[in-house]
Design a protein around this ligand. Structure first.
Ligand SMILES: *Cc1c(COP(=O)(O)O)cnc(C)c1O
Length: 323
């Protein structure tokens, strides 16, 4: 049976890498002897916290907007996002000189709301516990003739996200394991496309918050499972369900979905700050927390960890580390 969806392939990731060249940062791959000693493995951290606007989401957003027709560029882009996708779309729209309107939750971190406005986008807020952002987004897009770019379930978005893992493999060669933060699955599915082409034997894991393990339930059951908005400090992974595209690729190419607790994320956040002198947002800690606490034997293995972002309010950061 052929899939009704036309799934993107590694060629789309490679094409995205060409479009992003000169616009996205080629982020560093950092090592830590302390981390290696803790896990008994060789760890390679792909640091997307150093990406433009502070997260990998710039890759997918810029790639998607680069594919707009001249007519689409004129009316511009609409996005809904809990934060980083909003900033990514706003910045990409500014670079590509098109209008952007962003639908954001009222309770999004203040730094993310401010940064999105700072990039010149119009911000429209809504109550994410009471209103359906998809419906609001579609209505606004129709009224204004703008093109809606979703945060993860879009071929150009996930292909763009895959360029981070592509760079990691290009820089360090094949790995035995790769741990990737999981929300709606754009980063994980794109990473899987890159891994299957560049490191076929690499085992790939998505790591999501324990409080919101819809991805794990979906992976195990073979159907996309919907959950209520989970309460977790990982605000970038409070997604309620995987996408059609992302799930199809994850099911085919990913080895397992793991979870991490909020306490484990805080431990990882403190580790990055103290040992590696890096500011990583809670969601960005999922990959490392998963590698450290999942029980997968990693002794002697070469292990990639994608650190997905570094956008966290300073007050919030201090509060989390003080707890
Ligand atoms: C969006 C985001 C994620 C989750 O990415 P998906 O593509 O939705 O799975 C993880 N970490 C950060 C920092 C993010 O902004």
């Amino acid at each position: 049976m052929s899939s009704p969806l036309q799934l993107p392939t590694y060629d789309d990731v490679a094409a995205a890498a060409r479009r992003l060249s000169g616009h996205a940062h080629r982020t560093p791959v950092l090592r830590s002897r302390t981390a290696d000693a803790l896990l008994g493995a060789q760890l390679y951290f792909k640091c997307e916290n150093f990406q433009r606007m502070g997260a990998f989401k710039f890759r997918g957003a810029f790639n998607a907007l680069s594919e707009f027709t001249p007519a689409q560029r004129k009316t511009g882009v609409l996005a809904f996002s809990s934060g980083n996708h909003a900033q990514a779309i706003a910045l990409s729209a500014r670079i590509l000189d098109m209008p952007a309107a962003i639908l954001m939750p009222l309770d999004a971190p203040a730094a993310k709301l401010a940064a999105t406005r700072g990039y010149g986008a119009q911000v429209i807020t809504y109550d994410r516990f009471a209103e359906d952002r998809q419906a609001i987004g579609e209505r606004l897009a129709a009224e204004r003739g703008m093109t809606l770019i979703p945060p993860y379930d879009h071929p150009d978005v996930l292909a763009g996200q895959g360029t981070a893992a592509k760079e990691l493999f290009d820089d360090v060669g094949e790995l035995d394991h790769l741990f990737v933060c999981l929300g709606g699955g754009g980063l994980l599915s794109g990473s899987a496309l890159a891994a299957r082409a560049l490191a076929p034997r690499c085992k790939i894991y998505g790591v999501e918050p324990e409080a919101g393990n819809d991805g794990q339930q979906s992976f195990r059951s073979g159907e996309i499972v919907h959950i209520d908005t989970p309460k977790t400090i990982a605000d970038g992974a409070q997604t309620q369900f995987l996408g059609q595209y992302t799930f199809a690729i994850i099911r085919r190419d990913v080895d397992d979905i793991l979870t991490a607790t909020d306490d484990q994320l805080i431990v990882a956040m403190r580790f990055f700050a103290e040992r590696m002198k890096m500011l990583v947002e809670p969601t960005g800690c999922l990959g490392f927390a998963g590698a450290r606490h999942c029980g997968v034997p990693l002794q002697g293995a070469r292990v990639g960890v994608i650190i997905s972002g570094g956008n966290v309010d300073m007050a919030r950061f201090a509060q989390l580390l003080g707890s």
